[in-house]
Design a protein around this ligand. Structure first.
Ligand code: GAL
Length: 368
């Protein structure tokens, strides 16, 4: 093939890829081209709506297995319709300063951004692991920006809730001989897979896999959203949960998680609570479909739940990552609408769907 023909063909393919997405259609698991025709690079992501625009923040991965560590930073995209995404570039960049926590080669996972109405700042939290120390540090990293797309300025990292006991602590939890919680009491609790949640009253929470990933914590943030406030609860003690995605419906809190199998998919779990600090009650696997789909959650792992108010109805979209461990940049996104089975949120596979399909679902979730 001549070079010009090859170039024309490449341009036509790019245009076709971009066009494929420009029809308001979600295609779970497919390549998802941005406005430049490039597969969206925002893994372990989270969304923020600001002034009518959605912003998608996620891990920028590169090719190969080494692409799972941070080589670039946190990528941000924007959209008005949730299917067509504009590339807004790198919101938080790694540095080349070996003394920085976020030096290239550190691990920056599951970034989530919220806006603080009191300070007007955009606040990003993420799971941070220090370069060369695998997953041992288990820290929460925080970065702040004046503009939603950044640049975000790194504020530091820590283990949450140092010196504080959870609101639901038991005498056994305080025994350092047997309890990870007690072991980490002075230095702060381990914080790996995480998400953020802002409640209706503006109080924000960090939800993260703690205690060697065996017990998830929900931890209130300080009013500026920059630190943990020292008030927290153990959500599902020894539940072996990670990959939290949380949403509120009818006054109750719903949580979807995964089990602990690293990049390999496993069965999702779901929970409900009347109060965010618990107690949390198990609702079982939220995946509906074949036994295989239920066993591996369509090949995905939860990362975020987006809530939309549409035509007087509260809707939720659950977002999952299909990780590609050996070629991190090729990881896929599975977004599915939440349906209700009585008071249980469930998801079903769809090859393609639109927000119009979401609007056709019964508006009958549980009432508060
Ligand atoms: C998963 C976790 C991912 C990443 C991975 C590393 O369980 O959800 O965010 O940390 O392990 O193996």
């Amino acid at each position: 093939m001549k070079n010009t023909t090859r170039r024309l063909l490449a341009a036509a393919l790019l245009a076709a890829a971009a066009h494929a997405q420009a029809d308001d259609t979600f295609r779970p698991g497919a390549l998802w081209p941005d406005d430049k025709g490039v597969h969206i690079n925002a893994h372990g992501g989270g969304l923020l709506e600001h002034d009518g625009v959605y912003y998608w923040f996620g891990e920028h991965k590169v090719a190969g297995e080494a692409g799972n560590v941070a080589q670039v930073g946190v990528h941000v995209y924007s959209s008005r319709n949730l299917t067509d995404w504009h590339d807004d570039g790198i919101a938080l960049a790694v540095t080349d300063d070996p003394a920085s926590d976020i030096v290239r080669g550190a691990i920056i996972e599951r970034p989530k951004v919220i806006r603080n109405p009191r300070t007007g700042k955009f606040v990003m939290w993420f799971h941070l692991e220090l370069k060369g120390h695998r997953y041992d540090a288990a820290r929460a990293g925080v970065a702040v920006a004046d503009k939603v797309t950044g640049p975000y300025v790194y504020q530091g990292s820590f283990r949450p809730d140092a010196g504080a006991w959870p609101v639901d602590v038991t005498p056994a939890d305080k025994d350092p001989a047997t309890s990870t919680l007690a072991r980490d009491h002075a230095g702060g609790q381990m914080a790996r897979d995480m998400t953020l949640f802002v409640d209706d009253d503006g109080t924000a929470y960090d939800i993260y896999a703690s205690e060697e990933n065996h017990t998830m914590h929900v931890s209130r943030l300080t009013p500026d959203y920059l630190r943990s406030a020292g008030q927290y609860a153990r959500m599902m003690p020894n539940g072996d949960d990670e990959a939290p995605a949380i949403f509120k419906h009818g006054g109750k809190y719903y949580l979807v998680t995964s089990g602990l199998t690293g990049w390999a998919p496993n069965a999702a779990k779901s929970y409900v609570a009347d109060h965010i600090l618990g107690p949390w009650k198990a609702l079982g696997n939220p995946v509906r479909g074949t036994p295989e789909q239920q066993k591996i959650t369509f090949g995905g792992q939860s990362t975020y739940a987006l809530t939309l108010e549409r035509n007087g109805c509260t809707r939720h979209i659950l977002m999952f990552d299909v990780w590609r461990k050996m070629d991190a940049i090729d990881g896929r996104y599975v977004w599915l609408p939440v349906e209700w089975e009585g008071d249980k949120p469930v998801v079903r596979w769809r090859d393609r769907w639109t927000l119009a399909d979401l609007d056709k679902l019964p508006c009958d979730g549980p009432k508060g």
